[in-house]
Design a protein around this ligand. Structure first.
Ligand SMILES: Nc1ncnc2c1ncn2[C@@H]1O[C@H](COP(=O)(O)OP(=O)(O)OP(=O)(O)O)[C@@H](O)[C@H]1O
Ligand SMILES: [Mg+2]
Length: 392
């Protein structure tokens, strides 16, 4: 205990009761309490505004305030000060109400034993510290939940915009292209043999429209993998096609995963599928952009029931994860995994290649988040390089 006296604000309109309380405190712990006595709420509020108190002893029936209002106004003025309410013999119910409204304890006037008095004040102070800590924890948890929800919303909005643009590209542009192709072919037939030089051969029109269609298809699938609706296996196969000629990729899909998907193409939730796709897409883009790797392996497997794991491993240059500044790509992988209640870890070292591991619960976030932590440790499986946990 500190040697400083405990500063008590005693708010009591009865001079007799106030004297008894002061004497009781002095008797139980001489020199340990320094009491300031006021008789009205207005005075108490003034004191609390200009002075610092460790605890307030508060009679609820004062000349200028009655009942719970007294407590509520005092708390509002000094939310950090613990309050012990003073009640009469018949006021047990009021005392309970006071506890519900934020008082830390109560004392019944006329039953004041000096020992109990000092102990009650100390307990009230300790209880207030614990309550405030719990409140801070609760607020932090609520804030974390809100952040998680806002991350999910941002990703959902971004994906919706991408999906809409992709659909417009696919349907709108293709439709107009077909129209243009028809017009061109009709126009080409109309032209007389005399103007041969201006005539577009039909196969040129075909190959041009085909090429435009292919480019549009590519662009649209880069924006949003509509193929996801057919399951993870075709989606990942099509993702690999995008990197053909850029780096040699070996795709390993767990047999059990493939078997389950053959039985039910929705065995992995769309959102989880999209998440794992986006992470793989960024990891592979990084391999092509930064690694100089000759070989990459992309593996999808369920490390155990209820979880999906993605591993992208390259044999390229690697990098020092601690000193390399992160770009948007890494942050995006973290955000996607985190929004689904999962984790993403990047392990790398100069000269040692890079491994990106993402672990995602197949159930909605919340229920399985804790388990993910131990799972992530397993996934890190003793790789000797430094590690960048993407979820703080
Ligand atoms: N597979 C890899 N091999 C080597 N270095 C890598 C690899 N992946 C990431 N890096 C390093 O990590 C850095 C950060 O990657 P990150 O994806 O966050 O950003 P970026 O790729 O530079 O830019 P962008 O925001 O376009 O993704 C890269 O600049 C690169 O130095
Ligand atoms: Mg990147």
């Amino acid at each position: 205990m500190s040697s400083e006296p405990i500063r008590v604000l005693l708010v009591e309109d009865s001079v007799g009761d106030a004297r008894l309380l002061c004497e009781g405190l002095h008797e139980s712990a001489p020199e340990q309490f320094q009491v300031n006595h006021v008789r009205r709420l207005s005075e108490a509020l003034e004191h609390l505004w200009v002075e610092t108190y460790d605890v307030a002893l508060l009679d609820l029936g004062l000349p200028d305030s009655h009942g719970l209002d007294t407590l509520i106004l005092t708390r509002a003025q000094a939310p950090g000060v613990p309050i012990v309410v003073l009640t009469g013999f018949q006021d047990e119910t009021m005392a309970i109400e006071a506890l519900k409204n934020g008082a830390q304890d109560y004392l019944v006037k006329g039953e004041l034993e000096s020992k109990v008095l000092a102990r009650t004040l100390r307990h009230a102070m300790a209880r207030k510290v614990a309550e405030d800590a719990m409140l801070r924890q609760g607020l932090a948890a609520a804030k974390a939940e809100e952040l998680q929800r806002s991350r999910q919303r941002l990703i959902a909005v971004q994906e919706r915009v991408r999906r809409d643009i992709a659909a417009q590209l696919q349907e709108g542009v293709r439709e107009k292209l077909l129209l243009l192709k028809g017009l061109l072919q009709a126009f080409s037939k109309e032209i007389s043999p005399a103007s041969e030089t201006f005539r577009l051969p039909s196969d040129s029109i075909d190959s041009l429209t085909l090429e435009i269609e292919r480019q549009v298809g590519l662009l649209s699938s880069q924006l949003y993998p509509a193929i996801l609706g057919r399951g993870l296996v075709p989606t990942f196969q099509s993702l690999m096609d995008r990197f053909v000629g850029l780096v040699a990729i070996e795709l390993e899909l767990d047999e059990e995963l493939v078997r389950r998907e053959l039985a039910d193409s929705n065995s992995v939730l769309d959102q989880v599928g999209l998440t794992v796709y986006r992470i793989a897409e960024e990891a592979l883009t990084n391999v092509v952009k930064h690694s100089h790797a000759s070989q990459v392996s992309v593996r999808l497997d369920p490390p155990r029931a209820g979880w999906l794991r993605l591993t992208v491993r390259d044999n390229g240059d690697g990098f020092d994860v601690k000193s390399t500044p992160l770009g948007l790509g890494m942050a995006t992988m973290r955000d996607y995994a985190g929004a689904e209640g999962g984790e993403c870890v990047v392990q790398s070292s100069p000269g040692g290649g890079t491994v990106v591991t993402a672990l995602l619960p197949l159930v909605r976030p919340g229920a399985a988040h804790r388990e993910g932590e131990s799972e992530r440790k397993e996934a890190s499986d003793g790789h000797g390089s430094s590690e960048l946990p993407l979820v703080p």
